[in-house]
Design a protein around this ligand. Structure first.
Ligand SMILES: [Zn+2]
Length: 317
């Protein structure tokens, strides 16, 4: 009998499945494609088979697992263990994830949680959030999401959908967001927003290295950062803009939660050093000095916080 946990980080393109200890050490993990279009049943079967493969590779038995935790895009119902629907899992409706897994893994506690909350828990327990009581994780990639731990407790809200920070509105007349509203933080500061802004500027006839770097393909946020590194004026402006809007988003979080630490993860955070100063100076230009001054803001330390946080759901109360 070993005290191990199975962690499942379910995403729109891939699923990362691992076996981990209570200290956040991942003993082994396998990534498989989600194949959203083949439906949830196919994905759930692949998840089960991968868990068996991992147990096999590690020479473990089912009984060595003390719990299974799943982080998934929402909205979902964590009480019932059901993914209600998701923009990232097109066509999946009312998927009974916990019930499906418990057919194979009877008597093992199985928890389902919003992926932003799971990642926040992972970074809180095993990353930059360690030794704090009030911690915020935000992820900036295709979208903007995250989670909050306040007084040592994960903030789930009434039905597990708390902390939709990407859809807090920072300018009522701002650009249209994927969610249907206007001016959400996500519409200003996500990787997708960086791409949209760059495309608009290029269409207006602005000269920029971005066009050469992207070539014939689709414009990506990475292209903008690459051009900025080479000193391209337009790219530098867009990156500065990223720091400004993220700074406003973070100020709102600081005003609401008074956290000791905030960490920033997701693809865009790989270039955090390029807009960190603008982000911090934006925050520092605002009010609420005591809350601002106590808050430390850094890049996330655990790139796999989505995975280890999912596993931690199984033992964290
Ligand atoms: Zn939105």
């Amino acid at each position: 009998m070993k005290n191990l946990y199975c962690a499942i980080d379910l995403g729109g393109t891939k699923i990362n499945i691992g076996i981990m200890t209570k200290d956040g050490e991942v003993l082994d993990n396998i990534k498989i494609p989600t194949e959203v279009e083949k439906g949830p049943e196919n994905a759930l079967n692949n998840i089960k088979n991968t868990i068996y493969e991992l147990l096999n590779r590690l020479n473990l038995k089912k009984e060595d697992l003390k719990g299974i935790g799943i982080g998934s895009p929402g909205p979902l119902d964590s009480e019932r263990g059901v993914i209600i629907e998701s923009a990232n899992l097109k066509g999946w409706k009312n998927v009974e994830v916990v019930k499906a897994l418990s057919e194979d893994f009877k008597d093992i506690p199985i928890k389902l949680e919003n992926d932003g909350n799971a990642a926040a828990l992972g970074e809180y327990l095993f990353g930059f959030g360690k030794n704090s009581r009030n911690f915020i994780y935000i992820t900036v990639s295709t979208g903007v999401g995250g989670g909050a731990i306040i007084d040592g407790k994960l903030q789930r809200g009434a039905n597990s959908n708390a902390f939709e920070v990407g859809h807090t509105i920072i300018s009522i007349n701002g650009p249209k967001c994927n969610c249907g509203n206007n001016g959400c933080l996500e519409a200003f500061a996500s990787g997708t927003a960086i791409e949209r802004i760059a495309e608009e500027k290029l269409l207006q006839g602005n000269e920029s290295l971005i066009s050469q770097i992207k070539g014939e393909g689709k414009l990506k946020a990475e292209h903008v950062f690459e051009a900025a590194k080479k000193g391209d004026k337009l790219a530098l402006e867009i990156v500065e803009n990223e720091g400004y809007y993220l700074g406003i988003g973070l100020f709102n979080i600081i005003a609401l939660y008074n956290p000791e630490k905030i960490s920033i993860g997701g693809g865009v955070s790989n270039c955090l050093d390029m807009f960190y100063d603008k982000m911090i100076s934006t925050i520092n230009s605002m009010s609420l000095k005591p809350s601002r001054e106590i808050c430390e803001i850094k890049k996330a330390q655990r790139e796999d916080c989505g995975l280890v946080g999912a596993g931690a759901l199984a033992f964290y109360e």
